[in-house]
Design a protein around this ligand. Structure first.
Ligand code: PLP
Length: 375
């Protein structure tokens, strides 16, 4: 049980709603000893490819590896630059460094937190080989424009879709764009396993075949290895859980959108609070519902006192992490990311959150700004 009246997310509530099915699925994986790759992983790969309206889905160990394996599959490595947004989870940068390339940070746009198109154009150099747009918070990056820029500059486009299962652009699936989309099934994502898992979704058959082998020791047969790869495979237990959950993802996405609509309605017009503004073409899936707020520290404390948990995604954007301090970035280089990191607050968001709970969150926030109207 959570110590909060309204937790930030509630994975247990989801398990309760699916328990018999999930328990049975896990039991059959164990009975069949189908622990690594195998029939359950293949079934899920096919189901998820179909869900994404794509030709191929390559199951891997986690979302970070999905990005890394996609970079390797596109031949990106030492001497290459890969453009990534400043505001994202560290994994986007790690994958680039793991591949031996250099992450080049691009500022983000204030209204969504996704990669800024103008700054992207300015950061392209002869060494740029790829861009990784991140569909931050579940809002797709502007892939139509990014694809056009990528074509002009011969860049690959690898989507970081870890927060954006089921997102669309003008009604089109993400798989219609770029070289591939990389997914994470970390337990807290919109589609989450009960451990680590990830996938790369693509329409390119040769690329998919390479990644499938690379993720499995470069193996063509049990002890026949075409090249050295890595060990990053989907495990059967995770795949079986994901197959059960995938059937509910469309409904869960609708429920997230309903909660977001309540937040949008109830929180607009509160002085001290700024809502993000999704683009009209965006099929946003609300992995997170993020607001920009004044007096964030006090607001977060006030929410906690009222039993409401919140998050910050992310409190330090990548250019300012100690891990990347050797690049010597200063706030003026990334004015938007720097402003966002100091004002973002993620409100409780999960499919099982009730309308009443969402209303409660809004009324506590409204009370806070009435009590402290000096902003
Ligand atoms: C979660 C996440 C990842 C990494 O996924 P893992 O499965 O945890 O490795 C990468 N990028 C973004 C934006 C994420 O949110």
């Amino acid at each position: 049980m959570s110590k909060f009246d309204i937790p930030f997310a509630d994975l247990n509530a989801q398990y309760q709603s699916l328990q018999p099915e999930i328990d049975a699925a896990m039991k059959s994986v164990i009975m069949d000893c189908a622990f690594i790759n195998g029939p359950y992983a293949h079934t899920f790969e096919n189901e998820f490819a179909q869900f994404c309206a794509a030709k191929h889905c390559v199951g891997v160990g986690n979302g970070t590896d999905a990005l890394f394996i996609a970079l390797k599959g596109l031949g990106i490595g030492a001497g290459d630059e890969v453009l990534i947004p400043a505001m994202t989870f560290v994994a986007t940068g790690e994958a680039v460094s793991m591949a031996g390339a250099k992450p080049v940070f691009v500022d983000v746009e204030m209204r969504t937190g996704t990669i800024c198109i103008n700054d992207l154009r300015q950061k392209i150099t002869p060494a740029s080989k790829a861009v990784i747009p991140v569909h931050l918070y579940g809002h797709p990056a502007d892939l139509k424009t990014i694809e056009a820029i990528a074509n002009e500059n011969e860049l690959h486009v690898i989507q970081d879709a870890a927060q954006a299962h089921a997102a669309t652009i003008d009604g089109q699936p993400l798989s219609d764009f770029g070289d591939c989309a990389c997914y994470s099934f970390y337990p807290g994502k919109n589609l989450g396993a009960y451990g680590d898992a990830g996938a790369i979704v693509t329409n390119n058959t040769k690329f998919a075949d390479f990644m499938r082998k690379f993720a499995n020791h470069g193996r063509t047969d049990k002890y026949d290895h075409q090249f050295e790869g890595v060990n990053s495979r989907m495990d059967g237990l995770q795949a079986a859980v994901l197959s059960v959950k995938l059937k509910h993802l469309t409904q869960w996405t609708e429920q997230r959108r309903n909660i977001a609509a309540i937040y949008n309605r109830e929180l607009s017009g509160i002085a001290g609070l700024t809502l993000l503004t999704p683009h009209s073409w965006a099929g946003h899936v609300y992995h997170l519902y993020v607001v920009l707020c004044e007096q964030r520290h006090s607001l977060q404390d006030f929410l906690l006192e009222n039993g409401i948990a919140c998050g910050r995604h992310y409190p330090v954007s990548l250019p300012f992490l100690e891990a990347y301090s050797h690049y010597g970035h200063v706030p003026e280089n990334f004015p938007v990311a720097h402003t966002l990191q100091n004002s973002i607050l993620s409100l409780p968001m999960y499919a099982e959150l009730t309308e009443k709970q969402a209303m409660q969150v809004c009324s506590v926030i409204s009370d806070f700004y009435k009590k402290y109207p000096n902003c």
